[in-house]
Write a protein that binds this ligand. Structure first.
Ligand code: PMP
Ligand code: GLN
Length: 389
């Protein structure tokens, strides 16, 4: 029978609605609220990069580029990987440029997950993982991260792994919590996967936003994990251009071959002039990535100090451009209702954290994005201070 929400009588994702980011950004726009919900900067892309995009577009770089990305960009990504992590990756056989990290994640999952394969994800989990696994026919095993640090629980992980486990998805720095994984976590993953067919998909889109002097622990730097890993990055985050949708995946040659088989039929390739502009920018502004952690740490600290006199409690985010706030004691509402109230009545939009869980724990957390002008952050904090002194 036809159903309003299910016109063909069947849905491959019956429980899936519109992503929280779209929902909250629309609510923010409808109510003219300051939008600290969906993660994107409200400041411009570097001028040098915009100029390059213009230049390469006018130069005529507008036709299909090579399926796995233009050589110039893949070479620059290889150089950047050496610069940042001291690792040598082969641009020809190990790097594939994708239309955002979202595409890379979807492709990696579909390249390796077969019907009834199990994939472990850690909750709260970025919302793109679970549906992609299920569309591939896989079964998602949701493991909660342990508060208050949102760390991986070794016993739980060991207990969840079995013959059917095909992949583990990790995300560090972590959206939405801002937690970062340690060298010990990587060692744990290596020991859990050793001698198995388990692959690791490492979502590292916030790799250049790690605070308080801690370095980013890329999977690429772990020799055992590197051999079984897809490492996913996004230029959207690093050059303040989330709408450009260019990312990439680094994986050993055998995994890259499988990845490209799927990639060529998902998007085939990625917007040509943007690839040229990014390659040129990487070559001439290698310092850009290096200053991002400091840049965002200042914004995190500004937001935290502006919220100091409110009833929210928090522990400073260790990475990403997100800060969690605990509103226990300020309201009994569940987080989904609380963010609606904040957006509609206080004029500040945020993301409820419960939506990233299969089984939300008893906690009252919301996520704020601090990739915003200082004035935007100050005004948002002032609104929260007035209501929750
Ligand atoms: N993974 C995580 C954890 C993210 O926060 C995002 C950002 N939106 C993505 C993947 C997707 O990145 P992109 O916009 O490059 O597709
Ligand atoms: N990753 C962004 C966030 O966490 C949003 C991405 C999206 O809107 N799909 O806010």
């Amino acid at each position: 029978m036809m159903h309003a929400d299910d016109p063909l009588g069947t849905s491959k994702l019956p429980d899936v609605g519109t992503t929280i980011f779209t929902v909250m950004s629309k609510l923010a726009a409808d109510h003219n609220a300051i939008n600290l919900s969906q993660g994107y900067p409200d400041f411009p892309v570097p001028t040098a990069l915009v100029d390059k995009l213009d230049e390469y577009t006018r130069r005529g770089e507008n036709q299909y580029p090579p399926m796995h990305g233009i050589p110039y960009l893949r070479e620059q990504i290889a150089l950047k990987t050496r610069r940042c992590y001291g690792e040598t990756v082969n641009p020809e056989t190990e790097i594939t440029v994708t239309s955002g990290a979202t595409e890379a994640l979807f492709v990696a999952i579909h390249a390796i997950v077969d019907r009834d394969d199990e994939v472990i994800v850690f909750d709260p989990a970025y919302d793109a993982y679970d549906p992609a696994i299920r569309l591939a026919g896989g079964i998602v095993r949701h493991l909660p991260l342990q508060g208050p640090d949102f760390a991986i629980d070794p016993d739980r992980l060991r207990g969840a792994v079995n013959q059917k486990t095909r992949a583990i998805i990790v995300n560090s720095p972590h959206n939405p919590t801002g937690a970062v994984i340690s060298r010990e976590d990587l060692d744990l993953l290596a020991s859990v996967t050793d001698g198995t067919r388990i692959l690791v998909i490492s979502d590292e889109v916030y790799e250049h936003m790690v605070f308080d002097g801690a370095g980013h622990q890329s999977l690429l730097t772990h020799p055992q994990l590197r051999m079984r890993g897809f490492v996913v990055s996004s230029f959207g985050k690093t050059v303040h251009a989330t709408g450009w949708k260019v990312g990439y995946c680094i994986a050993p040659p055998a995994l890259t071959r499988e990845f490209r088989k799927v990639h060529q039929f998902v998007t085939f390739t990625t917007h040509t002039p943007t690839q040229w502009a990014l390659a040129d920018f990487l070559e001439h502004h290698p310092e850009h990535d290096q200053q991002l952690s400091g840049f965002y740490q200042r914004k995190r600290d500004l937001l935290i100090s502006e919220l100091a006199d409110t009833g929210f409690s928090l522990s400073p985010s260790a990475g990403t451009y997100f800060q969690l706030l605990d509103y226990q004691g300020l309201s009994d509402q569940p987080d989904t209702a609380f963010v609606e109230y904040l957006t509609c009545e206080i004029g500040v939009a945020a993301i409820p954290v419960s939506v990233f869980y299969r089984e939300p724990p008893d906690q009252q957390l919301i996520r704020l994005c601090f990739a915003k002008h200082d004035d935007t952050l100050k005004e948002a904090a002032a609104r929260l201070r007035r209501r929750f002194p």
